[in-house]
Design a protein around this ligand. Structure first.
Ligand code: AKG
Ligand code: FE2
Length: 334
């Protein structure tokens, strides 16, 4: 296949946006910025037609790089990995109207990434694992009643917002498969360099009542990520009411951008965007999808799935989020 025919076939197979990001990843391969393995992973996910993928591999100009890629290809075929994308991963972004918006390098919003049934499932699981089967109080603290003799009352543990912090293994494995599907979609829309692979370890679940906010902060658990542009993405789900998520590069920046996150949207921030300063500036009334009414508490559920690497969470500090690395507490625990 000649070069021009190959380009035309790729543009047609991938569509303009994914084609551009695929071309950028291929350029990074030639510069040595992404490894042949990572490039091949992206290519094999983006280019579903086996003959076209062969043609792309054959077109790699550098013989050394090409043979590395061919090795990755053989390993994958031998391991049967081509068939290993689970149905669940494939379903992410399978909804009508799903679209990936690249807001900045490494910051990707997958619109309507999960369908309503999956949203209801995630909400049910989040309340179930977060709410004290084993004595945990989940999103709530018990506080004494107003007057002497009044029964104790439950209050959200962060005021108008409740939080739970869980190992991702407390959730059914389906969550990990959905997260991996989201990472793949974001990598295809942006690139594997901007959205590196991640290994889900931890879920922070926030429940916001109408009117709740979340202050400006960074999710900078791992000090290594604070110094480099290579951190694995945070994968953040919205279920229920919509919310305005604002972000900027530095605390002192006078201006910020805002993206409205609706039920079923998944926001990823990794690589060069892993350290964005962000805040939830508002929860939007009257945006609950009718199908979820009665299936979750009225409000917004946010599940952020993270890869905290070697980090250790100090659960005695709950509901504060304190993570340490090698015995040193990370700076921006919040
Ligand atoms: O609710 C959100 O969308 C963001 C939550 C967040 O920033 C966090 O849990 O660190
Ligand atoms: Fe955050």
């Amino acid at each position: 296949m000649g070069h021009d025919t190959l380009v035309t076939s790729l543009k047609t197979a991938l569509g303009p946006g994914p084609y551009r990001s695929f071309r950028a990843t291929s350029h990074a391969l030639q510069l040595g910025d992404v490894s042949p393995d990572v490039w091949y992973g992206t290519a094999s996910r983006a280019v579903r037609d086996a003959d076209l993928l062969d043609a792309v591999v054959r077109s790699i100009p550098d013989a050394g790089v090409r043979s590395e890629v061919e090795r990755a290809h053989r390993d994958r075929v031998d391991a049967g990995a081509g068939a290993s994308t689970s149905e669940e991963e494939a379903r992410v972004m399978g909804e009508k109207g799903s679209v990936a918006e690249v807001l900045a390098p490494g910051l990707v919003c997958l619109r309507r990434a999960i369908d309503l049934e999956t949203q209801a499932w995630l909400a049910e699981r989040a309340f179930e694992v977060g709410e004290g089967k084993d004595g945990r109080q989940g999103f709530y603290n018990t506080v004494p009643g107003d007057a002497p003799g009044d029964a104790p009352v439950l209050r959200l543990n962060q005021g108008t917002r409740g939080r739970v912090i869980l190992p991702v293994s407390d959730f059914p494995e389906r969550l990990g498969r959905i997260v991996r599907g989201c990472v793949r979609c974001a990598q295809t829309a942006d690139s594997c360099t901007n959205v590196p692979d991640m290994n889900p370890t931890t879920a922070l679940v926030n429940f916001y009542k109408e009117g709740a906010k979340f202050k400006w902060h960074r999710d900078s658990e791992d000090p290594a990520h604070a110094r480099h542009d290579t951190g694995p993405p945070i994968v953040s789900f919205t279920v229920g009411l919509s919310a305005d998520f604002s972000y900027k590069n530095r605390f002192e920046d006078a201006t910020h951008r805002t993206v409205r996150l609706n039920s079923g949207d998944v926001l990823l921030f990794g690589g060069p965007s892993r350290m964005i300063v962000h805040s939830v500036t508002g929860v939007v009334p009257r945006t609950m999808p009718p199908m979820l009414r009665g299936r979750m508490l009225h409000g917004r559920l946010n599940v952020t799935v993270r890869d905290i690497g070697r980090g250790v969470i100090d659960s005695s500090m709950f509901p504060a989020y304190r993570v340490s690395y090698g015995g040193v507490q990370s700076e921006d625990s919040y």
